[in-house]
Design a protein around this ligand. Structure first.
Ligand code: NAD
Length: 487
């Protein structure tokens, strides 16, 4: 029976191929942020559940590790196809759980989860390692062996998309996984466990433990047999995980927060820059780590761009995520909505002018108790004030004028974060200079969110450590060993 056929779901952990209730018997509620209704009971798992998952993963590892690449390809490909077959159902769950428009979950989140598994299924086939000859006498080669059991911890903003972005390369490289999805959006991860069982994915190779960060999440990080942890989430959590992992010299990959600049020069392709800026500001209610939350505009076009952006932002329909005309759905929770609204209040205190938005939106009907925030554009704030320095992670952007390239760069780099940056210009040389000098792991020129899964993905400074994507993730999830032979 499909999950959506239930009105209230009780989620179970997936350990050793079996649905398992939390050892403690405790659950907490999963809320639909567009309606305020309780949708599911989520296991409040702790170290005992993680222990069971790690032990199932360890038992499954020898068989998984020694599989031929083609067999691993088949197993991952089956997961991709299993997700593809459930596209509509998964998209509905994702939208209900997160508040994002259904069309967005259908066109972006779930298709990307399919791509993550199919991309890394192919990687399992193609992954290899290098060899070196020293004259005729010496041959060295590198073994890249899987690590064993690894942990994957993911956030709520792109739930299945980011969960599978970690799980797929870990499995492709020959590891068994203990994965903990965000407790705020657990539904599609639970559904993934059903798909794994349905397609006959080997028991114990992928284990999913639900629960809160401080209990289940930390237990994954602390367990002596999780050899690496791949984490995506907030910078403060990332720091805590790095500290815990350092005690055990455990490998970590940390994809953290951002305060990304979107830099618009006067020679930008104007209409495209404007259209894309609306998207990079408000897509997924501004809850994408790659959203451009600081919009830097060259002084000579500042007023025109500002007025056009405000007009477009005002026209975005905020409403029921199931309505195909909705452009901005609910933010993920009541507490997150309060955090966003508190930053808008802070912007007022810091002397900012709210040009549009700035408040909660009441959506009538089914969504009358939902958590909606109007797309908000703010100007008049110093680049150094808190609103321009701290990650808000909602549909809120600020506008900052700049005089020239040098000033744009200094404002762009003047934050603790360094995840992504977008540059709009037709000047080829300037585009390359900016790409070189921006402190960011990802730079887009005249586009945004265009992803080639082969490229390294991640941030610098407080935006993270390590890279996902392409071979980077395969390297992270393996241990190199140099072997040298005297011939
Ligand atoms: P979060 O840090 O609160 O939680 C992320 C995950 O970590 C959740 O599964 C949570 O349960 C777990 N967790 C929390 N505390 C933990 C602990 N002490 N030990 C182990 N696990 C713990 O983040 P969030 O609010 O879910 O997500 C929003 C944040 O994620 C934003 O800062 C956003 O920028 C960031 N993000 C970054 C990227 C990226 O690729 N760089 C992508 C998406 C989101």
């Amino acid at each position: 029976m499909s999950l959506t056929a239930f009105t209230m779901i009780t989620i179970a952990n997936y350990i050793g191929g079996v649905w398992t209730p939390p050892r403690s018997g405790r659950y907490f509620d999963d809320i639909n942020p567009a309606t305020g209704e309780v949708m599911a009971r989520v296991p409040d798992s702790d170290a005992a559940d993680v222990e069971a998952a790690v032990s199932a993963a360890r038992a499954a590892w020898p068989a998984w590790r020694s599989m031929k690449p083609a067999q691993r390809y088949e197993a991952l490909h089956a997961l991709a196809e299993g997700i593809r077959r459930r596209l509509d159902e998964l998209a509905a769950l994702e939208s209900d759980d997160n508040g994002k428009p259904l069309w967005l979950a259908r066109s972006v989140d779930i298709p990307r989860a399919v791509s993550n598994f199919s991309f890394y299924a192919a990687a399992a086939l193609h992954f290899g390692s290098e060899s070196y000859e020293m004259g005729d006498e010496v041959l060295s080669y590198v073994l890249r062996r899987p690590l064993g059991v690894v942990g994957a911890i993911s956030p709520w903003n792109l739930p299945l998309y980011l969960f599978t972005w970690k799980i797929a390369p870990a499995l492709a490289a020959g590891n068994c996984v203990v994965a903990k999805p965000s407790e705020v959006t657990p539904l599609t991860a639970f559904e993934l466990s059903r798909i794994a069982q349905e397609v006959g994915f080997p028991a114990g190779v992928l284990n999913i433990v639900h629960g809160r960060g401080a209990s289940a999440g930390e237990a994954v990080v602390m367990h002596p047999h999780t050899r690496a942890v791949s984490f995506t989430g907030g910078t403060r959590t990332g720091r805590r995980i790095a500290e815990l992992a350092a005690r055990q010299f455990k490998k970590v990959s940390l994809e953290l927060g951002g305060k990304n600049p979107n830099i618009i020069f006067a020679d930008a392709p104007y209409d495209e820059a404007l259209r894309t800026t609306v998207r990079s500001s408000f897509a997924n209610q501004g809850q994408i780590c790659l959203c451009g939350s600081r919009i830097l505009v060259e002084a000579s076009i500042y007023e025109r761009f500002r007025d056009d952006l405000v007009e477009r932002a005002r026209a975005l329909k905020v409403g029921d995520p199931r309505d195909p005309d909705t452009r901005v759905g609910a933010v993920v929770s009541e507490s997150h909505m309060q955090k966003i609204l508190s930053y808008i209040a802070l912007a007022r205190e810091e002397g900012g002018r709210i040009l549009t938005g700035g408040e909660r939106v009441a959506v009538p009907g089914r969504c009358k108790d939902g958590f909606f925030v109007a797309p908000t554009v703010i100007e008049g704030l110093a680049p150094t004030c808190r609103v321009n320095q701290e990650e808000i992670f909602g549909p809120v952007v600020t506008l900052i004028p700049f005089a020239d390239e040098e000033e744009a760069l200094s404002i762009a780099n003047g934050v603790e974060y360094g995840l992504s940056a977008t540059v709009w210009t037709q000047d080829l040389r300037r585009a390359h200079r900016m790409a070189r000098d921006l402190e960011a792991g990802i730079v887009w020129i005249n586009t945004w969110l265009l992803r080639d899964l082969r490229t390294p993905f991640g941030g610098t400074k407080a935006s993270g450590m390590g890279r996902e994507g392409g071979w980077e993730a395969m390297l992270f999830f393996t241990e190199p060993k140099a072997v040298t032979i005297q011939l």
